[in-house]
Design a binder for this molecule. Structure first.
Ligand code: ZN
Length: 344
């Protein structure tokens, strides 16, 4: 019994020394085989149990098992220590803090957002607030309150995506005119940027999802001249100082009088030469505008005898196409980094 103890202690000492001396996984494995392997020293010791008196055999077996458990644990610890040493050595070799870093790839603001922000900034400078609204709206905000009753043919022209009930994806940002006027008494001066949706087939000039920016001013004594002045200023800020703006009579149910707004083609400068941007006309159409229809004001409990206002709604994509001389609206949604980088 005491002889086995001595043997075990002596074996453990040699085992610990071998493990401590192991510098790599191979040396560690050699120690495992030499001591715990099938014909290792512990196995030999176990065989000796058979020669002990029967009464001593169980306790001898237990002692050896306990020793084996400790040895296996020591091997595992040594293995883990070795691995983390190797990992640290690898790190130390790879990280050279003096090595020049690769240039960071900087992102840029998307052209649609840039145009939107520039327009918002222009109007904010003139005292307008920027407001955002829901993209899903009831028919009331999209049509009824905007003087487009249920049987009005203009509703068809909006090619809307209807959802359940009387909800639809807004085909224009105009619902926010109504929400703003419901919440505030005049004067109101807001611009509304946002996504809109229509059932348009996708091509170079159309998309089922597009961005609009809407403007609304209501106060005492507001007239068409204010509208012309503000929109001319906006075009000059976006496209250049000598931009001209043209108003063509048009019809919208929510404005009276109504006008389409064109600006001089920044590509050919209306020189009369053939131009792929404007088709040689010298003008680019931006969107609709007009004086807020008295019915819309009445719907909001604004007295049309006291208050007047103007509104406009322009397509952001259209303005970005013109500003950056791009021929296909789909380019804005493809998330092609090369394209976006070019415009940065
Ligand atoms: Zn042109």
């Amino acid at each position: 019994m005491s002889e086995l103890n001595t043997q075990l202690r002596e074996l453990r000492e040699r085992f610990d020394a071998a493990v401590a001396a192991a510098q790599d996984a191979q040396a560690l494995d050699a120690a495992r085989v030499a001591f715990l392997g099938r014909s290792g020293e512990v196995t030999l010791l176990r065989r000796g149990i058979g020669q002990l008196p029967a009464a001593e055999r169980p306790s001898a077996g237990k002692e050896i098992n306990a020793a084996v458990e400790l040895m296996e644990a020591a091997l595992q610890d040594a293995e883990a220590a070795l691995q983390s040493r190797e990992f640290e050595a690898e790190l130390g070799m790879r990280i050279d803090v003096t090595f020049p870093a690769p240039p960071a790839a900087l992102g840029a603001i998307h052209p649609l957002r840039r145009v939107t922000e520039d327009i918002c900034r222009y109007f904010q400078r003139h005292g307008f607030a920027v407001v955002l609204g829901p993209e899903i709206e009831p028919e009331y905000y999209n049509f009824d309150a905007l003087n487009i009753p249920a049987d009005h043919p203009a509703r068809e022209g909006f090619d809307s995506f209807f959802l359940t009930g009387n909800l639809l994806l807004r085909p224009h940002t105009s619902p926010m005119q109504i929400r703003t006027m419901q919440q505030h008494r005049p004067p109101v001066a807001v611009v509304v940027p946002g996504r809109c949706y229509r059932r348009d087939a996708v091509d170079a000039r159309h998309h089922f999802q597009f961005h609009q920016i809407e403007g609304l001013l209501v106060d005492r004594g507001v007239h068409f001249g204010h509208l012309k002045g503000m929109l001319t200023g906006m075009c000059r800020e976006l496209f250049g100082r000598d931009q001209q703006v043209r108003f063509r009579p048009s019809f919208f149910p929510f404005t009276e009088p109504s006008a389409e707004v064109d600006t001089t083609c920044p590509l050919c400068r209306a020189s009369g030469s053939p131009c792929r941007m404007c088709g040689g006309s010298g003008w680019i159409e931006l969107g609709g505008s007009g004086m807020v229809h008295p019915n819309v004001l009445r719907n909001m409990d604004y007295d049309p005898a006291e208050y007047s206002g103007w509104a406009f709604g322009f397509g952001v994509e259209r303005m970005a196409l013109v500003r950056y001389d791009i021929d296909d609206i789909r380019r804005f949604y493809e998330n092609d980094p090369a394209f976006l980088k070019q415009l940065a």
